[in-house]
Ligand binder design. Structure first.
Ligand SMILES: Cc1cc2nc3c(=O)[nH]c(=O)nc-3n(C[C@H](O)[C@H](O)[C@H](O)COP(=O)(O)OP(=O)(O)OC[C@H]3O[C@@H](n4cnc5c(N)ncnc54)[C@H](O)[C@@H]3O)c2cc1C
Length: 524
């Protein structure tokens, strides 16, 4: 039996509830013995011990009716359920619950692609549908549509979107591109958002709003419901595609790159989710730290220079793409060249220049919506049992802020014995700065230093006015605590909503620092 159980239940009550859930889904769809099957739901990238976030059981329903029955049992016994879609949320917690002993509600069996509409460009999917699956389906049907995957293609379209995940095509802000949800509330009520609330709607996946307040947002990064369907807009295949990369030689070029890219993004001259990628992020896709220095220490500047010349990389490597008819792309490229090419030392690369280079190849695929898994190579960077947690503050697309965040994170990372593996995902007006804190999980001291560093970064970023867009289980409470304007008014509202919608606190306790009343009282 797993070690931890919810501490307000006796083992007898808890296992009785699990038995009742087994009767709903069938014995093959419950895991309750401690063993490899249950442990596959641990967070394999955690900076903590495995057991810190190990569930006590897993239940996998096959549809809304079974979910409703499970929620009824969970309410009867007050069993906490942690919902996952494909559970690949690595770097932020994987499939694991916020608290050891909670039960994972795994929606992987609900993996039906309910509709793909080529005329309007959208898909309606269940939670278990992965990027690979949707891509293959569209290829098989011959639809002229692109998807927008996160870097790991095994993730769930719906799960990633609920986490406010990002991709690489012009549809890279996934939550912005969703249209319509179906949600089961903790009391079993099923509702549809937007136009979906009109029984004979013709527009559920066409118009994001309905009539009255827009509630979709409260079901993202939250624990207010179980989302069972979601519409996603899909990009029509364009007549042309021109990916490019620009390398820059000096650290301080980040300032000029960011200043040059802002007007190109705000005006949508560069239409896709562009990325300014740091040297070692790029390098980690195709080499390891041990090949350039001490495997246990951050690399010195001399090693960075060698990596740059060995792999034709810059200190910063800017990736973007143009889409459309060729004459249009050629014209836009001139504007891009004028802006981003005017920085001294800038070198442009196109497909013919870098084909066969793994870090180029996987980004070229991502920027045109082809899912793959290449980015996982980066876990080999440190050797041993490589893992990472991502520190992801939002930055204005402004040179001064980019440099400030970069210098703060790099200095602290080196101080704690880690390399700076970072990139800026350039959105419309902001950048998601992702620092991939890569460590050897087998090394307890590295895990400790990783946790300490992460905590320091949260404090320093908040002090400078930067908040994270998403985080690992271990840091949710701390980051929630930084969003505390006006005496924490927003989290107080989250808690009022939680108490109203889920009075027994059965859905994902602790997600994003939102706790049910009885667990808040325990802490107090
Ligand atoms: C090397 C590497 C590269 C990565 N690159 C990217 C990237 O490019 N872009 C990006 O966005 N992320 C990236 N990630 C992070 C992560 O792997 C992906 O975001 C992944 O898609 C999330 O996992 P998932 O899709 O399986 O979602 P899940 O793990 O299924 O869900 C994520 C969370 O959403 C909530 N949730 C899920 N389903 C439901 C539901 N039905 N109802 C209510 N709540 C629910 C839960 O809190 C759950 O923990 C990367 C990670 C690694 C390790």
């Amino acid at each position: 039996m797993p070690k931890a159980l919810p501490d307000w239940l006796t083992p007898q009550q808890f296992w009785q509830a699990v038995d009742e859930m087994r009767a709903v889904v069938g014995k093959d769809w419950v895991i309750s013995e401690d063993g490899p099957a249950l442990r596959s739901y641990r967070d394999a990238f955690s900076p903590e011990e495995d057991d810190t976030f190990l569930p006590s059981a897993v239940v996998a329903p096959d549809g809304v009716e079974q979910i409703q029955k499970i929620l009824k049992i969970a309410n009867d016994y007050r069993v906490p359920l942690w919902t996952i879609s494909s559970g690949k949320n690595f770097a932020y917690g994987g499939p694991a619950p916020r608290k050891a002993g909670h039960v994972v509600l795994d929606l992987k069996r609900m993996n039906r692609i309910l509709e793909v509409n080529e005329e309007f460009g959208y898909a309606l999917v269940e939670p278990g549908v992965t990027y690979f699956q949707l891509y293959e389906y569209i290829q098989k049907k011959g639809y002229k549509l692109w998807i927008d995957p996160a870097a790991p293609g095994w993730g769930s379209v719906l799960g990633n979107t609920l986490e406010h995940g990002v991709g690489y095509t012009p549809y890279g802000d996934h939550f912005m591109m969703h249209c319509g949800m179906e949600v089961v509330l903790a009391d079993g009520t099923v509702l549809r958002t937007g136009q979906g609330s009109l029984p004979d709607t013709q527009c559920w996946q066409l118009f994001q709003y309905g009539f009255g307040p827009v509630l979709d947002g409260i079901f993202s990064q939250s624990n207010f419901g179980v989302v069972t369907k979601m519409g996603m807009w899909l990009m029509p295949e364009p007549p042309g595609y021109m990916p490019f990369m620009i390398t820059y030689e000096r650290e301080e070029d980040l300032h000029a790159i960011t200043e040059a890219v802002r007007p190109l993004k705000v005006s949508m001259t560069i239409p896709n989710a562009a990325f300014t990628v740091g040297l070692l992020w790029e390098a980690s896709i195709k080499t390891t730290r041990a090949q350039y220095g001490d495997p246990k220490k951050p690399l010195p500047d001399s090693a960075l220079k060698k990596i740059m010349s060995d792999h034709k990389l810059g200190m910063w490597n800017f990736y973007a793409a143009l889409y459309g008819p060729k004459p249009m792309m050629d014209n836009t490229l001139k504007v891009v060249r004028d802006a981003l090419g005017s920085i001294p030392g800038a070198k442009f690369y196109f497909d013919e220049d870098r084909k066969g280079d793994p870090s180029w190849d996987y980004r070229v695929k991502l920027m045109r919506g082809i899912p793959n898994m290449t980015e996982f190579n980066m876990t080999n960077w440190v050797g041993g049992s490589g893992a990472h947690v991502d520190f992801s503050p939002i930055s204005p697309t402004r040179g001064e802020d980019a440099m400030r965040q970069y210098q703060m994170i790099k200095t602290r990372a080196n101080e704690y014995g880690f390399d700076y593996l970072g990139e800026f995902a350039v959105g419309w007006r902001d950048m998601h700065h992702v620092f991939s804190l890569t460590f050897d999980r087998a090394d307890a001291d590295e895990r400790r230093r990783a946790r300490e560093l992460f905590n320091v970064l949260i404090d320093e970023a908040a002090k400078a006015g930067y908040g994270e867009y998403r985080t690992h289980l271990a840091f949710m409470d701390k980051i929630a605590g930084t969003y505390n304007w006006n005496d924490g008014a927003l989290w107080k509202l989250h808690h009022r909503l939680k108490d109203a919608l889920d009075p027994n606190g059965i859905l994902a306790p602790g997600k994003m620092g939102i706790w049910p009343r009885h667990m808040r009282e325990e802490e107090a």
